[in-house]
Each structure stands twice: as C-alpha cells, then as structure tokens.
Write a protein that binds this ligand. Structure first.
Ligand SMILES: C[S@@+](CC[C@H](N)C(=O)[O-])C[C@H]1O[C@@H](n2cnc3c(N)ncnc32)[C@H](O)[C@@H]1O
Length: 297
C-alpha cells in the first residue's frame, strides 16, 4: 500500500508485492526470521472521539490484531492502565499519536524540511550528491524509517521520478504512511508534494528484494541502524525503539545489485566499517557519516 491510501491500515502493504516470487528459478533458502522489536500497543482514540476516529481505531485494531480500548478522560496513562500493552496508538482527528511510557510521538518530517529547503535554494545535499539523484530517476529506499531521506530523494527526482520506501516495523510504517499523507505544514512549499509522492510499503527488504524483478529501479539505497542500541530507557526515543536493528547481508546487497539498473548505495557511520565489510566503495565522508556505492550487476 502506498501512503496515498490514507484510510487503509499499513499492514495491507504486503498485498501490493508481487504475488509470486520473481523470475529466479533458484530461489535462495528463506533467511532466519529477524528480531521483532515492534511495541505491543492497544488502540484507542482521543477523548470525545467522533464516529470517524472510532471507525478508524477499530479498523486499525483489527488490522494490527491489537485490542481496541475505549478512551478514558484525562491523560493517556489513565487509559493505558486498562490494557496490558506497552503503549497506546491514539487515533486523533488529524492523524495518529503513539504514547509510550508517558511520552507522546507524532509524525514529523524532521530534517527533510531543512534539506528540501536547502535544495530549493540550490544548495547541496549529501544524499543527493552521493546517490547522483537526477530528475526522473527511480529510487528504492530499503530503509524508510520516518522517510526523511525518501522525501529528500522524491524532491530531487521530481514528479517524473519515483521513490518507494520499505519499512519492516509495523508501527513505523503506519506512522510514516499516515503521517506523510496528512502532514500539512506547507513550508517549504516543495515539501508536501515530495512527501506525497513517496510510496511507503510495510515490508522487509530481504523479502521484497528477492521478489523484485531485475533492473526494476535505477538506484537501491540502504540506511540501516546497524549496531544502534535499541533500548527504550535510552532517552525514551520511541523511533529508535521501533526500528529494526539489522543491516543488509551480503546476500541482500547482491539482490539489490540485481534489482538496481545503475547502482546500490548505503549510508554508514564514520569511518564506514559496514561499507567495507559489504563490498561498497566509500565515496563521500563527513565527520559523522559516509556513503558508499557499488555498481549494479
Ligand atoms: C536508520 S533508519 C532509516 C532512516 C531514514 N533513512 C530516514 O531518513 O529517516 C533504518 C530503518 O530501516 C528499517 N529496517 C531495518 N531493517 C529492515 C528490513 N529488513 N526491511 C525494511 N526496513 C528495515 C528500520 O526499522 C528503521 O526504521
């Protein structure tokens, strides 16, 4: 499912993948299941919810196989006491809020706002330069997160290009899909059109890449978490808690090279140990991060 289908829960995304694996007769063995870091949540609404919020909450609860609990007046913590889940997904009039351990998180494009503004002022962007993104290009972003890189890429390739972003975390995908469809702060003016063009799919990149056809995308991109600590107590960073920690395997990179028409790119932390390990050539370094590329097959 894409983010433009605003009223359909994100777990439908997988249904948009090809029904059968791609055209490779010698399909590799199924990899071991990845760690499932999604929070357990109950679904609720804002206090004094209308029919629409209640309907959306029930639909998301059914889709996520999570309990719906009626909202109790006051702070979300009062409602949370009525469930045994770690958090609450609160259906609001204009979107979603995720409440965990007393903190509330709502979708925000983060650095994409500044980066799109800078590009519009003809300034450079590290990702756009490293990936050599040009008008009309197609990009498969295997690691969406909340989509900042995907939005910047969508701006760079313009309406004639295409950006699809994959996210394995159910809640992050849901927040990205609904957030990017509804975000409405129109500054800079180029931000929202770019955001709306990103197609977010809730799926695992290993599965997706193995099913995708050869040369389907100009560029395939990874920005993994690698060894980031996933710990809710660490700064109560909800996004970090939700993100899947694994980076691509050598096999994933090979599949990405088959799926890419021009190149595969990856972001890594300085000095780029993961780039070297996976066979990428480091092409751009800053003090904190570096990018690497590897040619398509
Ligand atoms: C560092 S974040 C990406 C940030 C993103 N580039 C941005 O600009 O906001 C990495 C994301 O990749 C996701 N991820 C990790 N493994 C994945 C997989 N196998 N398939 C799809 N997404 C994955 C994580 O859940 C996390 O949200």
């Amino acid at each position: 499912m894409t983010q433009t289908e605003t009223d359909t829960p994100c777990t439908e995304a997988n249904r948009r993948l090809p029904a059968t694996p791609g055209d490779k007769g010698d399909a590799p063995p199924t990899p071991p299941p990845k760690v499932q870091p999604d929070l357990s949540v109950a679904i609720t609404t804002i206090a004094q919810a209308g029919a629409q919020e209640c309907e959306t909450a029930q639909a998301i609860a059914a889709e996520l196989n999570a309990p719906f609990i009626a909202r109790v007046n006051g702070q979300p913590g009062n409602t949370a006491k009525h469930s045994d889940r770690e958090g609450l997904l609160i259906i609001e009039r204009k979107g979603l809020a995720l409440w965990v351990a007393g903190q509330t998180f709502r979708y925000h494009p983060n650095m994409a706002t500044m980066r799109v503004r800078a590009l519009s002022q003809k300034k450079n962007d590290g990702l756009v330069d490293a990936l050599q993104l040009k008008t009309g290009a197609s990009l498969l972003d295997c690691t969406c997160g909340l989509g900042a890189d995907a939005i910047v890429a969508a701006h760079a390739v313009g309406p004639t290009g295409r950006v699809r972003a994959l996210e394995s975390s159910t809640l992050l995908a849901l927040l990205a899909i609904r957030g990017m469809a509804r975000y409405s702060l129109a500054s800079p003016p180029e931000l929202i059109p770019a955001m709306r063009r990103v197609e977010v799919h809730h799926t695992d990149f290993t599965d997706y890449l193995r099913r995708e056809t050869d040369n389907a995308w100009d560029i395939v991109y990874f920005d993994p978490m690698f060894s980031e600590t996933i710990d809710l107590s660490q700064g109560l960073d909800i996004v970090r808690r939700l993100a899947y920690p694994d980076g691509p395997s050598l096999r994933d990179v090979q599949e990405a090279r088959r799926v890419a028409r021009h190149r595969v790119a990856m972001k890594d932390r300085h000095p780029g140990q993961n780039l070297a390990r996976l066979g990428f050539t480091t092409i751009k370094k800053s003090r904190r991060i570096c990018y690497g590329t590897i040619d398509a097959l």
